[in-house]
Design a protein around this ligand. Structure first.
Ligand SMILES: Cc1ncc(C[n+]2csc(CCOP(=O)(O)OP(=O)(O)O)c2C)c(N)n1
Ligand SMILES: [Mg+2]
Length: 605
C-alpha cells in the first residue's frame, strides 16, 4: 500500500514490522480503537496476545525482551489503561529490557478539556521512558517510530508513542509534510553492537588481575557469555559467584560456579568474596553490594556495557566498557594461566557442602512441607532447556537457590523487584519460545495480584506451568521486619486461597500438594501436562528464607524480634536451629543461645 493511503496507525504497525517487531501484548479500549483497526487488517502478520490487565501486558513485553533481547509492543487505551502499564514500563527501564509502549489519547482537539479518560500520557510517562512522544499526524509516524525503536534498543528500556484517537486514523494524504521533515530521511540501518574496549585497557585489566586470588561476579550483563566466563574462570583459577539476575549466565552445575550472592545466595559465594584479593565484575550493579568485597580489599576490574555503571558499586582499577561476551573473549588471551588452583578448589569444596545442605533441606519429610522441598524437586525435574521466571518474595530466595543447569534460562524482576512479574514474564517467554518448557515460580501474595491473567494462558493456549509457594503470608516481609529492623511481623497475613480452584475456574489445570512425599509426583504431573497448569504448593510459613546468609547484625535483630512477641517464634527458632544450617551460618552461631531459649518457650511468642 502506498504511503498516502495508509493511516498513522498503519504506518506505525508496518514500520515496526520492518524492524522485526511483530508481537503486541495488551487489550483494546475506546482511546486506541483506530489503532486496532490497523492491527485487524494485518492480523496475519501480527501476533496479538490478549491480556486481562495492562500491567501484565507490559510485564509480558519485559519477559519477551529478557528471553530474546528483542523488543515487543505493549499497548493500551488512554487514561486508566495507560496508567495500568506504568509498573511494567518502569520494570523495563529498571531491568534493562527494550520495549515499545503505544497508548491512545483523547481526540487531538479536546485534550485538556475534561474529556473522557483524558490524560496526557506523554507527560505522565516521561520519567519512565527513554523516548516519549505524542504522534502529531501520519507524517510524524515513521520518524517517531524509528527513533522510538532506536532508543529502546540503545538504552535497553521503554520507548513510548502516544497517539490521539482521531490522529490514529488520519491518512497521509490528509496532511502535508512540513518542509523540515524530508520523507524517507530515517532508515533501519543497524547500530553498532558487541563493541569492545581498546587493547590498552584490556592489557591493564589483565595486569591488575595477575597473581591474584580472583572471584568473578556475574550479573545480568553476563547473560549469554557463559562460555567466555568459564574460560576466563579457568585461566584465572577463579570461582564465579552470581548476582540474582545473573543466575543463568553460567549453570549452577558449572565447576566454577559457587551459586548466588547475598540473601538468596550461598555461603560458598560469600567466602569467595570475603577472601579474594582480585575481583572481576561482569555486568552487575547489584544493589546487594554490601556482600561484595570492601573497598581496598581487592584489585578490581569491571566490564559493563554502560559507562555510567563503572565503579558504581566497587572501587575499580580498570573499567572495561563493552559487551560482556565480546570483551571477555578479547581479555582471555591476555590472561596468564594461574598455576595456583587452591583458591578455586577451596570454593569448590564449599560449594559441594552448600549443595549437600540444600539436598538435606530439599528432602525434608517434616510437615508442613518446607518450600525447599518444592524447589529441590522442581530443579531435578525441569527440562534441560527450561525457562524459569521467578518472583519477588521468599520465592526470590528459594528460586535463587534452585540448582539450574547449563542450557536452562532464568530471570525475574530483580532490581525493580515487582511482585507478580513471574506469570507475565512467563507469558512473554512462552510466546517467544513456544517449544520450550516455561515455568512461573511465584508466591501466594504475588499470584493473587494479577490473578486474572491465569485466564490469558487458557485464552492464548500458552502451556505455561505455574508453581505457587502458598504460605498464606507476605513471607519475605515477615522476615525483613524481623531481621532488618528487629520488629515482630505486622500486617503480613493473607487469607488462605485455593489456587487450584482459581486455576480451574480460569480454564487451566489446577492441582494442590501439601505432603512432601507427594511433591515430586505432583510436579512431574504438572510439567507433563499438555497445556497450561498450576500447582498450589502449601508450605510452612515458619521456615526462614535466609538463616544461612544472615549477617551478625541482622541475626541479632532477628533474635530480638523473636523475643518481642513474634507469632510462632518458638517454631521459627526451632527450625532455625537445624544443626546443618547453624553449622554453615556465622549469623546463627552468634544467636544460638537466644534461639535455644526461645525454642524452649522461655521468651514471649
Ligand atoms: C508490587 C509490589 N508490592 C509490594 C512489594 C513488597 N514485597 C516484596 S516481597 C513481598 C511479599 C510477597 O509475598 P508472596 O508473594 O506471598 O511471597 P512470599 O514472600 O510469601 O514467599 C512484598 C509485599 C513488591 N516487591 N512489589
Ligand atoms: Mg506468601
Amino acid at each position: 500500500m502506498s504511503d498516502t493511503a495508509r493511516t498513522t496507525s498503519e504506518l506505525i504497525v508496518d514500520r515496526l514490522l520492518e524492524w522485526g517487531i511483530d508481537t503486541y501484548y495488551g487489550l483494546p479500549g475506546d482511546g486506541i480503537d483506530n489503532f486496532f483497526e490497523a492491527l485487524r487488517e494485518r492480523k496475519d502478520r501480527v501476533r496479538f496476545v490478549h491480556v486481562r490487565h495492562e500491567e501484565a501486558g507490559a510485564l509480558a513485553a519485559v519477559g519477551h525482551a529478557k528471553f530474546t533481547g528483542r523488543p515487543a509492543v505493549c499497548i493500551s487505551t488512554s487514561g486508566p489503561g495507560a496508567i495500568h502499564l506504568l509498573n511494567g514500563l518502569y520494570d523495563a527501564r529498571i531491568e534493562g529490557a527494550p520495549l515499545i509502549a503505544i497508548t491512545g489519547m483523547s481526540y487531538h482537539d479536546v485534550i485538556g478539556t475534561h474529556f473522557l479518560q483524558d490524560l496526557n500520557q506523554d507527560y505522565v510517562f516521561d520519567n519512565a521512558c527513554w523516548f516519549n512522544q505524542r504522534v502529531n499526524g501520519p507524517a510524524h509516524a515513521v520518524n517517531a517510530t524509528d527513533l522510538a525503536v532506536r532508543n529502546a534498543l540503545a538504552h535497553r528500556g521503554p520507548a513510548h508513542l502516544a497517539i490521539p484517537i482521531d490522529i490514529q486514523g488520519w491518512r497521509l494524504s490528509d496532511e502535508e509534510y512540513s518542509d523540515k521533515n524530508i520523507p524517507g530521511h530515517t532508515s533501519l540501518a543497524p547500530a553498532l553492537e558487541g563493541h569492545t574496549p581498546p587493547r590498552e585497557a584490556l592489557e591493564r585489566a589483565a595486569n591488575a588481575l595477575r597473581g591474584k586470588r580472583v572471584t568473578i561476579i556475574a550479573g545480568a550483563g553476563a547473560r549469554g557469555a557463559g562460555e567466555e566466563l568459564e574460560a576466563v574462570a579457568d585461566r584465572l583459577g577463579a570461582p564465579i559467584a552470581k548476582a540474582a539476575l545473573g543466575k543463568d549466565a553460567v549453570g549452577d552445575d558449572s565447576p566454577y560456579c559457587t551459586g548466588g550472592i547475598a540473601f538468596a545466595g550461598t555461603r560458598a559465594s560469600q567466602e569467595a568474596l570475603e577472601t579474594c584479593d582480585g575481583l572481576l565484575v561482569v555486568g552487575s550493579s547489584s544493589a546487594y553490594y554490601d556482600f561484595w568485597p570492601r573497598p581496598g580489599q581487592t584489585a578490581a576490574v569491571q566490564i559493563d556495557v554502560d559507562p555510567t555503571r563503572i565503579a558504581l558499586r566497587q572501587r575499580v582499577e580498570v573499567g572495561l566498557v563493552g559487551d560482556a561476551k565480546a570483551t571477555l573473549g578479547e581479555l582471555l588471551p591476555l590472561l596468564e594461566h594461574n598455576q595456583d588452583r587452591s583458591f578455586l578448589e577451596r570454593a569448590q569444596v564449599n560449594t559441594r557442602s552448600w549443595w549437600k545442605l540444600m539436598e538435606h533441606q530439599g528432602t525434608a519429610t517434616e510437615t508442613p512441607m518446607k518450600p525447599q522441598v518444592v524447589t529441590w524437586n522442581l530443579a531435578e525435574l525441569l527440562a534441560d532447556d527450561a525457562i524459569v521466571c521467578g518472583d519477588a518474595g521468599t520465592t526470590t530466595i528459594w528460586q535463587g537457590r534452585m540448582r539450574l543447569r547449563r542450557g536452562q534460562s532464568f530471570s525475574f524482576s530483580g532490581t525493580n523487584c515487582s511482585m507478580a512479574a513471574a506469570v507475565p514474564y512467563a507469558i512473554g517467554a512462552q510466546v517467544t519460545h513456544p517449544g520450550r518448557q516455561v515455568v512461573a515460580f511465584t508466591g501466594d501474595g504475588a499470584m493473587s495480584m494479577l490473578m486474572g491473567d491465569l485466564a490469558t494462558l487458557a485464552q492464548e493456549q500458552l502451556p505455561v506451568k505455574i508453581v505457587v509457594i502458598n504460605n498464606s503470608t507476605l513471607g519475605l516481609i515477615v522476615w525483613e521486619q524481623m531481621s532488618f529492623l528487629g520488629n515482630p511481623e505486622h500486617l503480613c497475613d493473607l487469607s488462605q486461597l485455593d489456587f487450584a480452584k482459581v486455576a480451574e475456574g480460569c480454564g487451566i489445570k489446577g492441582a494442590r500438594v501439601t505432603e512432601p512425599g507427594d511433591c515430586a509426583e505432583a510436579l512431574r504431573e504438572l510439567l507433563a501436562h499438555d497445556g497450561p497448569a498450576l500447582l498450589d504448593c502449601v508450605v510452612d510459613p515458619e521456615e526462614s528464607p535466609f538463616g544461612e546468609t544472615l549477617k551478625p547484625a541482622q541475626a541479632n535483630h532477628l533474635a530480638h524480634a523473636l523475643q518481642r512477641g513474634e507469632p510462632g517464634a518458638k517454631e521459627k527458632a526451632r527450625l532455625l536451629l537445624d544443626q546443618e544450617r547453624v553449622a554453615i551460618s556465622p549469623g546463627l552461631q552468634d544467636i544460638r543461645e537466644q534461639l535455644e531459649s526461645i525454642s524452649r518457650g522461655e521468651s514471649a511468642g
